[in-house]
Write a protein that binds this ligand. Sequence first.
Ligand code: SF4
Ligand code: SF4
Length: 299
Amino acid sequence: TVTRAFFTGQAGAGVYFFVGLFTATTYTLAGWAREQVCTYMCPWPRFQAAMTDEHSFVVAYRAWRGEPRGAKRKTESWEGRGDCIDCKACVQVCPTGIDIRDGAQLQCISCGLCIDACNEIMDRIDRPRRLIDWTTLAADAAASRNVKPVYRILRPRTLIYTALLLVVAAVMVVALALRATVEVTVLRDRSPQFVTLADGSIRNGYTVKILNKTREAAAYHIRFDGPQGATIALVDGRPTASAVAVRVEPDAVGTFSVYARIGRSTLTEALTAVTFSVLDAQGRVVVRRSSVFAGPQSP
Ligand code: SF4
Ligand code: SF4
């Protein structure tokens, strides 16, 4: 498998290149740029701002409860002041470095760390939790007026989003169910274009690559569908009637050099359309690939 090949130093240059690339970008973005990625590079906050309204759940600071804020001694009364003691614990834990007390902001990734930090502070100073909380702006405005908040979960916006999500999920499930477990490419050798054999028949060389995406080794037959009497053989094997048996390891690409052979008398053109079919162990054709067979200009 690729994993084993990677750790034994036998993987291709492309594998090492992409592992190096992803390691370097992850280190740079997550280790150095950090919240700058959320603020300036990530498109999600822009989507989020366009998708939410006053009835959407967001992380919000209850300003009507917290203000006026300010440091407080134990001996001081809570009369005439808010519950926020301006300890800035909510700012220190914020991974994007914002102050949620300034209101909803694009940089907020709704991680909720400021809620936990503030709840701890509220426990310590013996004030009710949820000064910062998951709520909707409409509910928070109602609570500030001492009116029972109304939560509107079912709205045109949420129904449309749900329908879109279901469509995307259905497409993904269907795509996964119909996912091909085999991929095949056929490349015709260009040099030489063809070889005339001693018996007069014409031979072309091809490279057939079979990608086995399953977790088990698989046996296939490569069948050459050409004119009457066409045969195929592995470069190191014996000719067969019209197909050769091959085996591909799990999660690997099998590369097979084959010779296809056609009697000269059956070739009517310099380039003849042919087809390679890959059959599974049950004899079902799993992939077909078209190619051409080159012969002399005037057969
Ligand atoms: S953690 Fe709570 S009390 Fe402390 S500054 Fe933030 S909102 Fe105010
Ligand atoms: S929810 Fe997370 S990102 Fe948003 S303000 Fe609070 S700590 Fe910061």
